[in-house]
Design a protein around this ligand. Structure first.
Ligand SMILES: Cc1ncc(COP(=O)(O)O)c(C=O)c1O
Length: 329
């Protein structure tokens, strides 16, 4: 039987047309019209200025630096996430404070964020930033998180790596944080094979990230550098792929949603298996279809299910291992 993978790239014909254009013009590196257009198209989707980067991790790294995260600072982030939400905190020498999820979306619990900020305020030192993650294509409940962060004047970075195409109260995810990161990694709903996008409320923040992403080279012909930079820019070729992929984003969202609905209908009569909830505050992409298994009622454990699927050549995985249980953290 042909293997069924969890989340594979789907390339169409438009991607190839754009990539051929990039080859024909020999604009293969980190400058070119596809990069400019990819940023413009993402900006019009989300409503914020954008800079295309080599990964979502790079976008979080630069985003946290834009928010002023420095060695010794603390940054709040959910424990239930992929490790790339947390690692950039350490790249900057800061420490994460891991916060548990709420039940409605499995995303970071605003009440627990409030507890953390209140305690830290009482000690006289607030976290430098809060990273809110939109897991598996579900928006977090942003309003209460933004409200409590606003009250303590702690800026929010939206890690929307898994949620391109999702909305919260009618607006695209990623449009509310001071800074936002998207990923176009190969397993995402659309891909550039690898890539990311940083967005920010203020153009000057995006301009600064663009500068850092190309080795922070000062203007002028001399190779002069007054600040620390990185090699984090996306290439014009990969941006060409991204432009083709963006054209089928809504189709991909509908397909992923249909897969989830099909599972829910097929499993509806079985006890002990609970689909990831669909809170009414937005459209969920269902990037991945997730279920909670209660082994006693279901009559089989999570690992039994994973093994049974593997025996049919179907890939399935546990949800992210929470950060506070990770050996590294
Ligand atoms: C929640 C989350 N944050 C960040 C990233 C990092 O993105 P990238 O793989 O493009 O570096 C990913 C995915 O890979 C992710 O799932």
């Amino acid at each position: 039987m042909k293997r069924i993978y969890l989340s594979v790239p789907h390339m169409g014909t438009q991607e190839e047309v754009f990539v051929r254009e990039a080859f024909a013009s020999n604009q293969l590196s980190t400058v070119g019209p596809h990069l400019d257009e990819f940023e413009r198209e993402m900006s019009s989707l989300v409503g914020l200025p954008a800079v295309a980067l080599s990964s979502g991790t790079a976008a979080i790294h630069l985003g946290l630096r834009l928010l002023g995260v420095k060695p010794g600072d603390e940054v709040v982030t959910p424990t239930l996430t992929f490790v790339a939400s947390a690692n950039p905190i350490r790249y900057l020498g800061a420490e994460p404070i891991f916060v548990d999820s709420e039940r409605a979306s499995w995303n970071m619990d605003a009440d627990l964020v409030a507890v953390v900020l209140k305690k830290r305020a009482a000690r006289g030192r607030l976290p430098r930033a809060v990273v809110v993650v939109h897991l598996y294509g579900r928006s977090a409940d942003l309003d209460p998180i933004l409200e409590v962060c606003g009250r303590y004047e702690v800026p929010v970075l939206e890690d929307a790596a898994q949620a391109l195409g999702a909305t919260y109260k009618g607006k695209h995810v990623g449009s509310r944080g001071t800074v936002t990161a998207f990923s176009f990694n190969g397993n995402k709903i659309i891909t550039t094979t690898g890539g990311g996008m940083l967005m920010a409320q203020k153009q000057e923040l995006v301009d600064k990230a663009r500068f850092w992403s190309t080795q922070a080279r000062d203007p002028g012909v001399a190779y002069e550098h007054s600040e620390l930079g990185y090699n984090y820019r996306l290439s014009n070729v990969l941006a060409a792929i991204g432009r083709g992929q963006l054209r089928v984003l809504s189709e991909r969202v509908q397909q992923r949603r249909a897969v989830f609905t099909r599972y829910c209908e097929a499993l509806a009569d079985l006890p002990g298996i609970e689909p990831m909830p669909q809170p009414s505050w937005g459209q969920h992409t269902n990037w991945l279809s997730c279920f909670l298994i209660h082994p006693n009622q279901f009559g089989a454990s999570r690992d039994n299910v994973l093994n049974a699927l593997a025996a049919h050549n179907i890939e399935a995985r546990p949800v992210w291992k929470p950060m506070h249980l990770q050996p590294f953290w």
